[in-house]
Write a protein that binds this ligand. Structure first.
Ligand code: PTJ
Length: 249
């Protein structure tokens, strides 16, 4: 890999891109993951490559949902595993959530490689290998989930995907927290909490909020959830992308 100078104006973006390339080389990320990363980069560029205020509100609401949940699960695909493996383990620790590998382009080799990769980053228990249940109404491989994981979860964090699983999980009555840089994507549009931000900023941000809220009462957590408005968050992100400025409060 070419050395990227510390002062390169697009350094963060290039480092992130190389992490996806490394993920492909390591058998963690699918080749389609390269294309997904390119789409994400374009939206991130238009968002100003920063966490906009409404995305920060969304991460706080997501943290509150995870802390209120009986059984929260963080779903992990090949892009997410390449970009934020240690950060996901920290979020799971901060919220008591399970980690579960769930892939669109599923192969058992790639599931095993991601489970191993997460273990190398400190995870003790990673679900997704049993795949002994199915999400109703989905024909493709992403329907395969663990019976004691995503299948029975009440709150699921769903980062970077194309939307039909998001819709199917919503139909199962689960609360979905979505991370996606495209506010118009089906998954962002379906989510109870759409976090329109780069996964590399969003996951540490949810962890920070979860730690701040660790001693909050159920009433206080409910108030954080109730104060969040998903439509406003989606409109704010679209406004930032279209006009480069935030909406007036
Ligand atoms: O590992 P697998 O087999 O489960 O496959 C994972 C990918 C991501 C390849 C698969 O789910 C896919 O093809 O997704 P899509 O349809 O390309 O959708 C990815 C969405 O994530 C798009 O809306 C992108 O804008 C968004 N995205 C890409 N990179 C990031 C992102 N959102 C947040 N942070 C990113 N870094």
């Amino acid at each position: 890999m070419t050395e990227i100078p510390e002062d390169h104006p697009r350094r963060d973006s290039l480092v992130t891109r190389h992490r996806i390339e490394d993920g492909v080389d390591a058998g963690i990320t699918s080749r389609q993951g390269l294309i997904a990363q390119g789409r994400g980069e374009a939206y991130d560029y238009l968002l100003g490559e920063e966490t906009i205020p409404s995305a920060d509100d969304a991460t706080r609401a997501a943290a509150a949902h995870l802390l209120l949940a009986d059984h929260p699960v963080l779903s992990v695909n090949g892009n997410v595993a390449a970009l934020v493996p240690g950060e996901l383990v920290e979020l799971a620790d901060a919220t008591g959530a399970d980690l579960e590998v769930n892939l669109f382009n599923r192969t058992e080799e790639r599931v095993d490689a991601i489970v191993e990769h997460l273990r190398e980053h400190g995870a003790t228990d990673v679900k997704g290998q049993a795949a002994d249940a199915r999400i109703p109404g989905l024909e493709h491989e992403r329907a395969k989930v663990d019976a004691d994981g995503i299948y029975e979860a009440d709150v699921v964090l769903v980062p970077l995907e194309d939307g039909d699983r998001a819709e199917a999980l919503a139909e199962m009555g689960k609360t979905e927290l979505v991370v996606d840089l495209n506010p118009l994507s089906r998954s962002a549009q379906t989510a109870a909490v759409p976090i329109v931000d780069n996964i590399v900023r969003a996951v540490p941000n949810v962890t920070r909020h979860a730690r701040e809220l660790a001693d909050a009462s159920r009433e206080e957590l409910d108030a954080v959830v109730d104060a969040f408005d998903r439509e406003t968050a989606l409109e704010d992100a679209e406004q930032r992308i279209r006009d480069g400025v935030d909406r007036e409060a």
